[in-house]
Write a protein that binds this ligand. Structure first.
Ligand SMILES: *Cc1c(COP(=O)(O)O)cnc(C)c1O
Length: 397
């Protein structure tokens, strides 16, 4: 008997695709950008500092530095910690490639580790096994928006003398044991890509409670020069010095006003993401073949992603087929992530191989990111659940 799946000729749950993530741009955001475009400063102007103060306020960090992307933020963090040839930085494999690429930009060596099988967060026990005298830092990825186990990581960092960088691209608005993300690690990096919590189109930032580290990232974003154009104008001076090799990683003023305006909604949007995630959690109880990920005690989850994990033993098909079936129903599922060590670049340059990190690889065969963004309605979640019901009817065993 044919199923009622759209993939097999049935009527789709939705005629228009529900994306997995989407930005929310208000008229206020647009007005702020337009006003800046009409003003004097398109870049290196006052909007940069205003945004940095707003982000420091939200995260409780002493300082924030705006840069042109989350990737630039990670690169700046590696520069701030003086990662260089011979240095090792421990990175979990269940992440976007930028989390480890930044180590290579600085000439350092990423040392990959496996993740906790329940949460898919970096596993401190695996970190401990890979510490050497060359370990300079760990990049803790707050996968899906759940802060990593910073308590355990801090114990290791203090004992062995390395620093903690939070790749907090997913977790703005979350907290760990009551401390907001951004003020927990030595350096935290954020992305303002449109799928993330707040956006500037492209954009990123670094936060830190350490003024020296923050100052190094600020210098790095502008060529390694010790003052910016506005400071020089204020001082009536032409003189500047390039003291380190930096980049142009600046964020424009119109992007800064956009993300500052977005930031006003952060609390409300994270709460909405959490409510939608709770609706998924409750609905998935009905399906023995799929569940949400585990929770870490003390971590307040900001839900960039809602990651569902298939129990493929209870299905007659693989994840690829479930993915195709849900897409055919008009549900924009996605997969986060292909474990970094499996990318051809890493296999060719670092000699990593399939089988190196069995927990992340097993998870990779089973995960699906379900649509999640603050503008989603409860009825959209119900559509996803209806599509999952159809998958279950067709493929659950
Ligand atoms: C989005 C993301 C980045 C990179 O941010 P960009 O702004 O796209 O450069 C880095 N790490 C993680 C985990 C991300 O999700």
């Amino acid at each position: 008997m044919p199923s009622d799946l759209a993939l097999e000729g049935g009527t789709p749950v939705r005629s228009k695709l529900l994306p997995y993530g989407r930005q929310w741009i208000s008229d206020d955001d647009i007005a702020a950008v337009v006003a800046t475009l009409r003003g004097d400063w398109l870049t290196t102007g006052p909007a940069v500092g205003v945004f940095e103060q707003a982000l420091a306020g939200v995260t409780g960090a002493a300082d924030a530095v705006a840069v042109s992307s989350g990737t630039a933020a990670l690169h700046a963090a590696m520069f701030a910690l003086q990662v260089g040839p011979g240095d090792e930085v421990i990175v979990p494999v269940m992440t976007f490639a930028a989390s480890s690429n930044c180590v290579i930009y600085q000439g350092g060596t990423p040392v990959f580790v496996d993740v906790d099988p329940q949460t898919l967060l970096i596993d401190p026990a695996e970190v401990e096994r890979r510490i050497t005298p060359r370990t300079k830092a760990v990049v803790a990825v707050d996968y899906a928006g759940q802060p990593a186990d910073y308590g355990a990581l801090r114990t290791l960092a203090d004992r062995h003398g390395f620093k903690i960088v939070a790749d907090a691209a997913h977790s703005l608005g979350g907290s760990y044991r009551g401390t907001p993300v951004g003020a927990v690690a030595d350096l935290s990096t954020f992305s303002f890509h449109p799928v993330k919590h707040v956006t500037s189109g492209e954009g990123g930032a670094i936060t830190s409670n350490d003024p020296a580290l923050a100052a190094r990232t600020r210098m790095f974003r502008t060529h390694g020069i010790t003052s910016d154009a506005r400071q020089r104008e204020a001082a009536g001076s032409w003189f500047y010095e390039m003291v380190e090799l930096g980049y142009n990683y600046r964020l424009t003023d119109f992007q800064c006003v956009l993300v500052t305006s977005q930031l006003k909604h952060l609390g409300e949007w994270v709460a909405r993401r959490q409510a939608l995630a709770a609706r998924y959690d409750a609905a998935l109880q009905a399906f023995p073949w799929v569940s949400g990920l585990g929770h870490l005690p003390g971590a307040c989850h900001a839900y960039h992603l809602y990651v569902a994990r298939l129990d493929t033993d209870r299905l007659s098909v693989d994840r690829a087929r479930v993915f195709a079936a849900l897409r055919a129903e008009g549900i924009g599922v996605n997969v986060h992530y292909i474990p970094v060590h499996l990318h051809p670049y890493y296999q060719q340059n670092l000699g990593t191989r399939p089988g190196d990190f069995p927990r992340a690889e097993a998870a990779y065969e089973q995960i699906l990111s379900l649509p999640l963004f603050p503008m989603m309605e409860d009825g959209d979640v119900d559509d996803v659940v209806r599509a999952l019901e159809k998958v279950g009817r067709a493929y659950a065993v």
